[in-house]
Design a protein around this ligand. Sequence first.
Ligand code: EPZ
Length: 421
Amino acid sequence: MAKLLVQKSGPLNGIVDISGAKNAVLPLMAAALLPEETCTIDDVPALQDVRVMEDILTSLGAKVEQKEPHVLEISVPGELANVADYELVKRMRASFLVMGPLLARTGSAKVHMPGGCTIGARPIDLHLKGFRALGAEIIMRDYSVEARAPRGGLVGASVYLDFPSVGATENIMMAAVLASGTTTIENAAEEPEIVDLANFLNKMGARVKGAGTDTVKIEGVRHLHGAYHTVIPDRIETGTFMLAAAITRGEVLIRNVVPDHIKPISAKLRECGVIVEVADEGMYVVADRKELTATDIKTLPYPGFPTDIQSPFMAFLATVKGPSTVIETVFENRFMHVAELNRMGADIKVSGDRALVKGGARLEGAQVIATDLRGGAAVVLAGLAAEGTTEVSEIYHIERGYENFVEKFRGLGANILRIND
Ligand code: EPZ
């Protein structure tokens, strides 16, 4: 099993370039199933999750070619199968995002239920509420979900999302673009990844308005054509490296950043005394000027504080003076990293949806596991500040979502090594 050995490092110093966003490229790849012509997606990060999505699109009959590093060409010249391969779907729950495009393009789709994961049950009821609103019949059988459009095709409708679900907003948008009539998604997710998907769909000839607000309107069209699109930078990877600079009291220049996308992270780091400055060449994060202090965070749907940065930020809060409270409102079980941080000497107590961080901990290296993608990043960050060596196992969680994770940290002077046990 591969592991990471992390030594006390820093202050980190230097330049890091952010990759294309994992949570944008996955829906973009699914959307490429919609037109019969070729779509080209640029700045695609080299991630395990991207490879799984490539395999799923190929299994459905799409042609997926890597034209050059980070550039994918996806074309669906012929018939699309409409049953997603179980073995592939179970490897990544974002596979469920092929449901909307398949339903729109072929009139039916059958996808295995996406499993829950360590951070929560991850239900799909809001996705199905949207498909039903568009007229689809939903059949749940042998742990699969089958959606069938009416004979005349999907019909635009209004749907209210009880929670501004990112995936449900994306799936319903993609199902609605070829429906007859207009679809309105109320209480839609406002994440930048939703806007990126809407921009791509509109380049194909779709008519999507209001992406990035809580009301998205999709006027159905009869035909979509191929398009070229560059993935937005990964705001969660950006936040992860901002916190790497902060936890090691370093000074880092982060390039390929959209400052607007990480406003809540910049704001909370500034409250702790970290300098975050946007310049032409990128964003400077400077944490070596003065004693840093704690602040409280509460995760919320965008534009609130991102749940994906909750665990890396908690690792940082464990090292600064003063108590802090971390409230997780998006997922029901996103504190698994707390036990790992406490093994390293942090003093964090969980009670319901909140974690009370004592702060000012002198972290010690330990044997820990990556409990999930972002929890794995959190223990690596803690390892950079801990005395001695931190051995992180289960690192497949980390590698599925961060491109060149180890190389980028080493480029900033981090003592981190990937070994095969
Ligand atoms: C996306 O997941 C991201 N994944 C997640 O990133 C991210 O944490 C999440 O959005 C929230 O920002 C991708 O984009 C591939 P949701 P998604 O639907 O779409 C409830 C990472 O680390 N819900 O917005 O699955 C759900 O239970 C990953 O990169 C329903 O109740 O998130 C959860 O509590 C982790 N019914 C909340 O909404 C539904 O039908 C947010 O889920 C759908 C969701």
